[in-house]
Design a protein around this ligand. Sequence first.
Ligand SMILES: *[C@@H]1O[C@H](CO)[C@@H](O)[C@H](O)[C@H]1NC(C)=O
Ligand SMILES: *[C@@H]1O[C@H](CO)[C@@H](O)[C@H](O)[C@H]1NC(C)=O
Length: 466
Amino acid sequence: MLIAMPNRRQLFTVLAFVVTFLMTLALLQHTHSIPAIKEALRPKPKPDPEPPASTHHPKHKQPPKYTPPPIKDNFPLLATSTSPPPIPSWNIPRPNLHKEHNLPVPPPLLIGFTRTWPLLQQSVVSYITAGWPADQIYIIENTGVQMANARGQLTLQNPFFLNHTVLRTLGVNIIQTPTLLNFAQLQNFYLSLSYAHDWPYYFWSHMDVLALSYEDGLDGVTPRYDEPGYKALYELAVTALAEARRSDPRWGLRFFAYDHLALVNPVAYEDVGGWDTLIPYYITDCDMHSRLTMRNWSLKDAKAGIITDVSVALDDLGALYRAEGVVPRFTDPNPPEEGAPSRRTRRNVNNNTPSSQLSAREPGITPRDGTAEHDLGKWRALLHTADGMFHYKVSNKGGRNTWQTGQRGGYWEPYHYDAAGFQEALEIITEAGKEVYRHKWGHRDCDLIEGGGLTFEDQWGVERDW
Ligand SMILES: *[C@@H]1O[C@H](CO)[C@@H](O)[C@H](O)[C@H]1NC(C)=O
Ligand SMILES: *[C@@H]1O[C@H](CO)[C@@H](O)[C@H](O)[C@H]1NC(C)=O
């Protein structure tokens, strides 16, 4: 085999390589390593400057003079059990009740939650014990805390605390919003769920209500709980839904107990373009309901039960299950300081109970178990307490908020947000929304149709009328 002898030019190239290699080697020798070379080439960082010493000192707000006591869990029965107690037998709905009314799907009930767990828990339990099937109840967790509640990372004193375990034990569904939504956005989120789940209708209610069936009967609506033909809250709601669908092709909304519970026709919502999310809270209902009326969708009242607006929760939700020995009562979660002038509500205080407990009249003699007096006695005590809660809320209006300021812990927990700041910010956004409404309709009040003479086409197209 012949090996060609390199010519001079080739020799020169090889020589050049060798020389370059040796020089590189020498350089490496000098600097020890390649990282050292890189280090040597990097521009020298400037030394960290001292943080500028501000001459401005922020003036901190006065801390609240009074801290309310921590809130307590109000469902002791569930803490020691893996299943909820049985509901009053007369409120248990017949299986597939919706089919008796030719309804294609069982009606869902949506309850949105942002803060104040004891109230949500009370609202949910009151609907379940009034007969609404738990598996048709959807809790919409709208806390803005991402997975923190699902992972059990928040504690009871955190305003945004919600206990997934408890809700699962109760058998209700939980849906989480991807971010904190305002009221109008939440309503549109409900509408989006109707598409995702193929719901031709849905009910929604508030997390701060207490629902009771008409267990002592109501003329023209339902006989008493122990009489034939008795209809619990759920059955009356289903009946009203079936009636709306049967008799009114343009049914839009049905309201129960003002708007404490509402039944929605998603087709009507879609027809008017949903809720206006630029009017996020207060007066957005005037905007939406007027637009529905302008487009000839019907908004009517119907009756399903006694649904009370409350700001406090029962000390023990066992009362809603009519648990023996549990007297329905509630505690002021934000009692006045020692020596503070007594408030109107404190006149209700029963001297035999701890001073902060506002209690229902306790029945003098407990009638025999299983008799109508016994059952109705418990129900009336609940109704009386719900009434006391309502008056407590009304008397507290404009004064100190109750839960909103009472539950303010959880400092180092994920997504912590200052409780009072949250409230303050909501009020600012609410005001801004009212201003949007005024610009949109040229009218300041709720009465867009009668008072303003406005039509659907007038949105954003009229001058102010004041
Ligand atoms: C939720 O409630 C259950 C039952 O009362 C309790 O065991 C659990 O600790 C609670 N979870 C959180 C995160 O507080
Ligand atoms: C609503 O009803 C009125 C009166 O019957 C009618 O003039 C109007 O065209 C209707 N509007 C719509 C959007 O159906």
